[in-house]
Design a protein around this ligand. Structure first.
Ligand SMILES: [Fe+2]
Ligand SMILES: [Fe+2]
Length: 170
């Protein structure tokens, strides 16, 4: 068994490594999501969030460095699970393009909620440790995740309404 973790700073470093893994995973996944989306607003939203996500990786790496540590990713089964749900749905359900677009808004919202929870925890811990610069850096990521969530929720609502209307008139 590994030794007991007692220092809250070690927990913080673990959580920082976890979100680093998640952000790096998203940099790889977002181009695929953009390709899958047929709705223009959704596709361009993924494209814009890819640029932001690249910056999220840099901000997290900068947070490590500010704390005098080398950036170290920690395998994050949470984000792997969200990705797996997406991959399995696409492979097993053969969704129509309309259904796929709606599904992607849900998958994106799940991802943003996950990131928001991670950054809220990290900002809270950084503030508690008196690491104001680090809290500020991670707070920037948090704000962009919140905006990304709001955007994808708006698109999701529009697609759901359009889908229901189409069904009613079919
Ligand atoms: Fe992010
Ligand atoms: Fe995000």
């Amino acid at each position: 068994m590994s030794t007991e973790m007692k220092d809250p700073r070690d927990l913080f470093m673990h959580e920082l490594g976890d979100i680093l893994y998640a952000e790096r995973t998203l940099v790889k996944a977002l181009p695929k999501l953009q390709e899958e989306a047929s709705d223009d607003e959704l596709a361009s939203g993924f494209e814009a969030h890819l640029e932001e996500t690249r910056q999220h990786v840099k901000n997290v790496e900068a947070a490590f460095e500010k704390l005098g540590e080398t950036p170290k990713a920690e395998k994050c089964p949470g984000i792997d699970g969200i990705k797996k749900e997406h991959d399995e749905f696409v492979a097993n359900e053969s969704p129509s393009q309309e259904v796929l677009d709606s599904f992607l808004t849900g998958a994106a919202a799940r991802t943003e909620h996950y990131e928001i929870a991670a950054y809220e925890g990290l900002v809270t811990m950084a503030e508690a440790m008196g690491e104001t610069d680090v809290a500020e850096l991670l707070g920037k990521n948090l704000e962009q995740e919140k905006k990304a969530l709001a955007k994808v929720q708006t698109i999701g609502k529009r697609l759901a309404k359009a889908g229901a209307k189409e069904k009613a008139t079919a």
